[in-house]
Design a protein around this ligand. Structure first.
Ligand code: WA2
Length: 282
C-alpha cells in the first residue's frame, strides 16, 4: 500500500532527525557541564589561592589535555571583571593594555592581528581575557564587554548564576557562525535565591567557551551512518518570526517531507530546532 510506504518514510525521517538532535543536545550538555567545572577550577586555584596556582601556561596545558570533555567547544577562555578604577593597576601588573574588540574587517581571518587592536575606550568596567586555550589565544587582552553578544552574555550569566548562551554571530578570527557559552565566577558561594545585585557585586570573572557551529556539527554528523541520506539544518528560533540558520548542509533536498526536532541547549531563554529532509536522489 502507498500509504504504508509514506508512513514508513515519515517514521524513518523522524527517527533519524531525533537521533541527530539528541546527539547534538547530549554533546552540548556534557560540554556545558565541563565548562561549568572549569569555572570552578579557576575559582578554586586562581582566586582561592595566594599566590594563584593558575597562569596562562597551566591553563593552556589543562584545557588542551581536557578537550575530549568538550566535544562541541572550539576554545575556552577566562576574562576578569575589572572596574575602571582598577584599570591602571591591572594594566601595569599584566604589562599590556586592555584592547577593544573590533567587529567587521578586523575579525576577518586574513588581516586579523591582535597586536594592532586599539586600547579599549573608557568604560565603567571591562572584561579582559587573561587565560585562554591555545585555540583562541587571539582573544587574550581583549575586553569581551566591547563585543555586543559577549557583553550581553556576560551580564546575563552573572545576574542569573546560570550558563548563558548567545545568539549565533561571527566569531573572531573565524569565517563561521558560532555561539558563546558563559559562566560567571563569584567571590563566594551564593545561595540559589541571591538577588542579581548580590551576584553582580560578588562577580570576579567570566569563563566562556566558543562553539564553532559548522565545523563541529559537521564532525558530529559524520560519525553517523546514513549521513548520505538526509539534509540537516539547525536554527536558532528564539525569535520565532525570524529564525537564524546556524548550520545547513548545502545539498538539495527532495519531496515535501520535513521533520522538525527540538533541541535544548540548556539556556531557557534560547530556542533551537533541527530541520531534516531526505536528500535529493536523482
Ligand atoms: N571566544 C572566542 N571567540 C570569540 C568570542 C569568545 N568569547 N567572542 C567572539 N569571538 C571569555 O564570556 C567570556 C569568549 C568570552 C568569554
Amino acid at each position: 500500500m502507498y500509504a504504508d510506504v509514506v508512513a514508513r518514510r515519515i517514521e524513518n525521517l523522524s527517527n533519524m532527525c531525533d537521533e541527530r538532535a539528541r546527539m547534538l543536545q547530549d554533546q552540548f550538555n556534557v560540554s556545558t557541564n565541563h565548562v561549568h567545572a572549569l569555572a570552578i577550577l579557576v575559582s578554586t586555584f586562581h582566586h582561592g589561592k595566594n599566590p594563584s596556582a593558575i597562569h596562562q601556561k597551566t591553563f593552556e596545558d589543562f584545557t588542551a589535555r581536557t578537550t575530549f570533555e568538550r566535544p562541541l567547544m572550539s576554545g575556552v577562555a577566562y576574562a576578569l571583571k575589572v572596574l575602571h578604577s582598577e584599570r591602571e593597576q591591572f594594566e601595569q601588573q599584566h604589562g599590556w593594555k586592555i584592547k577593544k574588540m573590533e567587529a567587521g574587517d578586523q575579525s576577518l581571518v586574513h588581516d586579523y592581528n591582535p597586536e594592532k587592536l586599539e586600547p579599549s575606550p573608557v568604560q565603567d568596567e571591562y572584561a579582559p581575557v587573561i587565560f585562554s586555550q591555545e585555540t583562541v589565544k587571539h582573544i587574550i587582552s581583549i575586553d569581551m564587554m566591547s563585543g555586543k553578544e559577549d557583553h550581553d552574555n556576560i551580564l546575563r550569566s552573572r545576574a542569573t548564576g546560570r550558563g548563558a548562551l548567545t545568539s549565533p554571530f561571527k566569531l573572531l578570527k573565524s569565517n563561521h557562525l558560532g555561539v558563546v557559552l558563559t559562566f560567571a565566577v563569584y567571590k563566594y558561594d551564593l545561595p540559589p535565591n541571591a538577588t542579581p545585585e548580590e551576584r553582580i557585586h560578588a562577580t570576579l570573572g567570566y569563563l566562556g567557551a566558543s562553539f564553532d557551529v559548522p565545523s563541529l556539527v559537521d564532525k558530529l554528523l559524520e560519525q553517523l551512518a546514513s549521513k548520505q541520506k538526509i539534509v540537516v539544518k539547525l536554527y536558532d528560533t528564539t525569535n520565532h518570526t525570524s529564525p537564524i540558520k546556524m548550520y545547513g548542509s548545502d545539498f538539495s533536498s527532495s519531496g515535501d517531507l520535513q521533520r522538525i526536532s527540538n533541541i535544548d541547549f540548556g539556556d531557557p531563554t534560547r530556542k533551537h530546532e533541527m530541520h531534516c529532509r531526505f536528500k535529493y536522489e536523482p
